[in-house]
Design a protein around this ligand. Structure first.
Ligand SMILES: [Zn+2]
Length: 237
C-alpha cells in the first residue's frame, strides 16, 4: 500500500477525499491519499478528523509513516473504529495547529541561516521550536539572533520547493546541515526547500510561502548541551 502525500506538493491543503486501503496492527487507518503530515524530521504528525460517507466523525490523534521509505501513512484514531477497506472518507486536518507548526518550522530554517553551523537535532512544536548546533564556542547572543530573525521575517522572502535526484544531492553534500536527521532519500528524489536569499536545504516538512507569515519570534533560551553543543530555543514573540 502507498499513500499519495498531498502535503508535499501543497502544504496549505486542509482537506481531501480518500479511500481506505487498509488497517495497521496498531489500529491505524491507511488511506490512498492524505493531507495529514506524518511525524518526521522533528515535526509531529497532524491531528484532525476523518468523516465517513454516513457522516460519522473519527478524531485522528496523530499520523505516522509505517515504512522507512516513507511511502505509507497510518492515521491513528483516538478510539477504535469500524472502517471497511475501499470505503471513501473525507480527511481534514486541525489547521490552526498545522499552520502554527508551518510557521515555527520555517522560522527554524531561518535560525539555521542565522547560525550557519551543523545541526545535530531539532524539534518543531506549535508554540516553541529548537535546534541543536555543533558549536564549540559559547557567546551566542539571544537578542542579536532575535533581531536577525526579525529582519528575515520582515523581508517577506519567498519560500519555494523543487525536487532533485538523490545523485544530485550526493554531489552537493554542503546542502545538508542536519547531521542527525538524514534527508529523505531512497525514493530517487529529494525535495529542496529554498528561502530565497537566506537558506537552501533538503527538507520533507511543511513550510509557509513567505517569511512574513511567520510573525514575531524570539530566542527564549540558549542551553549548553555538552562541550560542543548548544541548544537554541525559539518561541512566539
Ligand atoms: Zn523544513
Amino acid at each position: 500500500m502507498s499513500t499519495d502525500c498531498l502535503f508535499r506538493e501543497d502544504s496549505y491543503l486542509r482537506e481531501c477525499s480518500a479511500t481506505v486501503l487498509g488497517r495497521t496492527d496498531a489500529g491505524g487507518v491507511v488511506l490512498d491519499r492524505t493531507v495529514f503530515y506524518a511525524a518526521s524530521g522533528g515535526q509531529p504528525g497532524d491531528r484532525g478528523m476523518l468523516r465517513t460517507a454516513a457522516g460519522d466523525l473519527i478524531p485522528i490523534a496523530s499520523a505516522n509513516y509505517t515504512d522507512p521509505e516513507k511511502t505509507e501513512i497510518s492515521h491513528l484514531p483516538a478510539a477504535g473504529v469500524p472502517l471497511q477497506i475501499g470505503e471513501t472518507l473525507h480527511a481534514a486536518i486541525d489547521w490552526d495547529l498545522r499552520y502554527a507548526r508551518m510557521r515555527m518550522h520555517t522560522a527554524l530554517h531561518l535560525l539555521s541561516a542565522v547560525l550557519p553551523y551543523p545541526v545535530t537535532g531539532g524539534a518543531v512544536g506549535d508554540s516553541h521550536g529548537r535546534l541543536d548546533f555543533d558549536i564549540p564556542e559559547a557567546g551566542l547572543d539571544k537578542d542579536e539572533i532575535t533581531r536577525r530573525l526579525a529582519e528575515m521575517i520582515a523581508a517577506g522572502a519567498e519560500v519555494r520547493s523543487r525536487w532533485i535526484t538523490d545523485a544530485e544531492l550526493e554531489a552537493s553534500p554542503g546542502l545538508v546541515k542536519t547531521m542527525s536527521v538524514k534527508p529523505p532519500m531512497g525514493t530517487g528524489r529529494v525535495r529542496l526547500i529554498e528561502i530565497v536569499g537566506y537558506d537552501l536545504q533538503p527538507c520533507g516538512g511543511t513550510h509557509v510561502r513567505s517569511t512574513n507569515e511567520i510573525g514575531d519570534v524570539r530566542v527564549t533560551q540558549i542551553e549548553k548541551k555538552g562541550r560542543q553543543n548548544r541548544r537554541v530555543r525559539i518561541g512566539w514573540g
